[in-house]
Design a protein around this ligand. Structure first.
Ligand SMILES: [Zn+2]
Length: 430
């Protein structure tokens, strides 16, 4: 693999000192080998003048193949949203799921995202599309009780098969992912946990997303979901729990005690009017690692991590009547190094440091919405001003997957054309 130098850029390192350096980055063998003033020549040099280089963004909760269901059920109550989503979803084929993933990887890479954590079925199809894109995919096979699933066979067994077939693939990290306490019983959660321990994987689940979920569960079992899961051994340092919008301080402490992580999804929560806001300040005070996720395209309706960062900051400021809550630096942490910590990958990705994998996004600061850009405001700009189309280039494992906004690993126009045809078919059939 040829060496590459990115020269004369603002380097948003996200290292432990959160240093912002004006200089160069040298990439050799897919990894960052030097940061700063680099006099050595590389096989290839990319001019970073007028650009910021950031660690590739990490989308910590999504269902990317739902891109084909974008806009199917907007401005309706949650039950109507779910009915419509399940109805369309039930008609999808393996090929549809793969095509939705292809469209999702196009959208994510064009928006500076290099890694994502997904929860869905047919993850074997999604793995093929993810591998073709070059992205780093943490693929959670959806696990439900047999009575609630359309999967053939037992979902935990299906997850086990998926993991054993994909655990040694490059940039594919398979894991089991129970859908939520409303469709997964104690046995399903404990068998999932045993599988994760045997295969040494992460676990991922939706948790305390809606008030109804929490109160129905409490009525049935006498315990709130986090405490119930804790008692049956599912709250662990392997767990990344999506949402946690309706949790008490005692539930936050329970998550913290076991080292569980949270994927916060502000846009999806606000759009579905779930009402509860994940108590981020209390989570941080108790040492819970929190990353950011977009959720699926039917409830967001995009996979844009810049939009997610800005919304995250605004939501918590508005909610707490306090403009100092969630400063830009912390929000950028959530989308980079904290996401990496949640995935237990912080020694490999999430910051620009020597020895780490070169997962990088190069942001063009010379756009109207980013001017004036100076050292003092670059971090703010990344959270409050930056848009996906400001991302000029993208590298994953040192491989240039996008250059001057042209994807190198995928045929963007072909994917868009096929996705338009299939998406139209899915939505228009009543
Ligand atoms: Zn979700």
């Amino acid at each position: 693999m040829e060496s590459l130098k990115i020269s004369n850029a603002w380097i948003v390192t996200q290292n432990h000192k959160r240093e912002l350096i004006k200089g160069d980055i040298l990439i050799e063998g897919g990894k960052i080998s030097a940061v700063g003033d680099i006099t050595d020549n590389a096989d290839k040099t990319i001019d970073g003048t007028g650009c910021a280089v950031i660690p590739g963004l990490i989308n910590l909760h999504t269902h990317i193949s739902m891109t084909l269901m974008r806009g199917i059920a907007d401005d309706v109550h949650l039950d109507a949203f779910l009915n419509k989503t399940f109805e369309v979803d039930g008609r999808r084929t393996r090929e549809d799921v793969r095509l939705g993933t292809e469209l999702g990887t196009v959208e994510m890479m064009k928006g500076g995202t290099t890694s994502f954590l997904d929860l869905y079925y047919f993850q074997d199809e999604m793995a093929k599309a993810t591998e073709a894109s070059g992205m780093r995919g943490f693929l959670g096979w959806a696990v439900l009780d047999e009575e609630f699933t359309t999967q053939k066979g037992n979902p935990v067994d299906n997850a086990a098969r998926f993991i054993s077939e994909h655990k040694n693939k490059e940039r594919i990290y398979p894991l089991p992912a129970p859908q939520g306490v409303y469709v997964c019983n104690e046995e399903t959660y404990t068998r999932t946990q045993e599988l994760a321990e045997k295969e040494n994987t992460l676990t991922h689940t939706h948790l305390s997303e809606t008030r109804m979920e929490v109160y129905e569960h409490e009525k049935k079992y006498g315990k709130r979901p986090v405490h119930w899961l804790d008692d049956i051994g599912f709250i662990s340092d392997r767990l990344i729990a999506a949402h946690c919008g309706w949790v008490t301080i005692n539930e936050v402490r329970a998550l913290a005690n076991k080292g569980a992580k949270v994927a916060h999804c502000p846009v999806s929560n606000m759009k579905l009017a779930t009402g509860g806001v994940a108590p981020l300040p209390e989570m941080f005070d108790n040492g819970v690692v929190v990353g950011l996720g977009t959720d699926g395209s039917s409830s967001n309706n995009g996979l844009d991590m810049f939009c997610e960062m800005k919304t995250c900051a605004l939501l918590h400021k508005a909610h707490r009547w306090d403009a100092t809550v969630l400063p830009a630096q912390k929000v950028l942490d959530m989308a980079t190094i904290d996401g990496a910590r949640a995935l237990k990958m912080d020694d490999e990705i999430g910051s620009i440091e020597i020895g780490k994998k070169a997962d990088l996004a190069i942001i063009d600061l010379n756009k109207a919405n980013m001017i004036p850009a100076v050292r003092e405001n670059i971090i703010s700009h990344l959270v409050y001003s930056c848009q996906s189309n400001n991302v000029r280039d993208l590298l994953i494992d040192g491989q240039m997957t996008m250059r001057n906004r042209v994807l190198k690993t995928l045929d963007e126009s072909d994917i868009k054309e096929r996705a338009q045809a299939v998406g139209q078919r899915l939505i228009e059939r009543e």
